[in-house]
Design a protein around this ligand. Structure first.
Ligand code: F6R
Length: 366
């Protein structure tokens, strides 16, 4: 059942190239230059007339929502707010019929997310579900939706659900960008081709596994860890920190790299590993200067970089390479080494990777 892997989590990390492919199969038609998503086509008017999109989710799914905020705003020019379902539902939010609420949930059973969409529906908003489990409560409660095709995710730490959620949300943003005319047809086609290349690039990113394991060996006894990223990769930093916390029980925080100087920089000393996502294109020069600030305070730097990078390599203690790709798709690649890093650290510490203490696969309590 684990297909020769020691843990479900590792199996699911390795399933990502296929899971992403399965998620865009039949929807992304790069040769014809189109995206087909019934849930969008059938409700196109609503999407085009919407004032804004509100995304509600919890945990890793919330992080996928944050990534898609950058994508929807950048490509489709639709204002997006991303909300913790548990905060949204209890604060008397302003919701109207002109709002579209996207609920993201792997299990489709998360109690707070379900309650948030019931509230949104009662105020007349249109609810679109992005779920993995077919026929789940959130999928049934939504007015329309698009499934991720990740297959069953057994490991409590979410991995392939995250990357397939980003895939669905990217397809949606691209489809809407085309319909709204915020993207030229040549740009659109270029994005489709880039997205089609992602499964192969994820495979390449997975080749860093053995090296990531050696890095895990060096930092497994750290008491704290900081994850930094900017733009599209800021939510990836949050997700990297969550993955480490939940399975290795090491305290970790994700931060926008530029916010570091407003507080967290005080934590940095020679004991502090700092994982910095520093791929080319994403405010690269700025991230390099953030890395210099860490280095001058003797922090240990693990850089996630684009293949062939030299500037970060000169500064960092370790660099882990991912293939080059367009900036909006980079979270699908930069996430991979972070998943592997937390996996290997947890295994080396002898933790129960697939069933970490205090956590359940679907959180049906509020
Ligand atoms: C993290 C994790 C949780 C879930 C969260 C939402 O690895 O598994 O943070 O992401 O409980 O669950 P779903 O997506 O099922 O609504």
């Amino acid at each position: 059942e684990k297909g020769g892997y020691e843990h479900f989590m590792l199996k699911e990390i390795y399933e990502q190239p296929n899971a992403i492919l399965d998620t865009f199969r039949g929807r992304l038609l790069a040769n014809e230059g189109i995206i087909k998503m019934a849930g969008i086509e059938d409700n196109m008017k609503k999407f085009l007339n919407a004032d804004r999109i509100i995304i509600v989710a919890c945990g890793t799914s919330w992080h996928a929502g944050l990534v898609s905020e950058y994508i929807f705003e950048d490509l489709a020019r639709i204002p997006v707010e991303v909300e913790y379902a548990s905060e949204f539902r209890y604060r008397n939010p302003v919701i109207t019929e002109k709002d579209i609420v996207i609920a993201i949930s792997q299990s489709g059973e998360t109690a707070d997310t379900l309650a948030a969409i019931k509230l949104a529906k009662s105020k007349g908003a249109f609810v679109f579900g992005v779920c993995n489990v077919v026929g789940s409560s959130i999928a049934r409660e939504s007015d329309a939706g698009a499934y991720t095709h990740a297959g069953p995710e057994i490991g409590v730490a979410s991995t392939k659900a995250f990357t397939t959620q980003i895939t669905v949300l990217t397809l949606m943003a691209l489809r809407l960008a085309r319909a709204k005319g915020t993207m030229s047809s040549s740009d659109f086609r270029r994005h489709l081709i880039e997205l089609e290349l992602i499964p192969e690039k994820v495979k390449k990113a997975l080749e860093s596994d053995a090296y990531v394991e050696t890095v895990a060996d060096i930092y497994k006894d750290a008491k704290n860890c900081l994850y930094l990223g900017r733009g599209y990769n800021f939510p990836v930093a949050l997700e990297g920190a969550l993955k480490l916390k939940e399975i290795s029980y090491i305290h970790a925080e994700g931060y926008p790299a530029a916010e570091m100087k407003h507080g967290p920089i005080a934590l940095i000393d020679e004991q502090m590993p700092v994982i910095v996502i520093a791929t080319k294109k994403g405010h690269y020069e700025k991230v390099v200067s953030n890395i210099q600030e860490i280095k001058s305070r003797k922090g240990k730097i693990i850089g996630i970089v684009t293949e062939g990078d030299e500037s970060v390599r000169d500064l960092a203690d370790h660099v882990i390479e991912v293939p080059d790709c367009s900036e909006s798709l980079s979270p699908l690649l930069t996430t991979i080494p972070l998943q592997l890093l937390s996996y290997h650290i947890a295994v080396k510490l002898g933790k129960n990777v697939d069933q970490p203490r205090n956590l359940a696969k679907s959180v049906t309590v509020e």
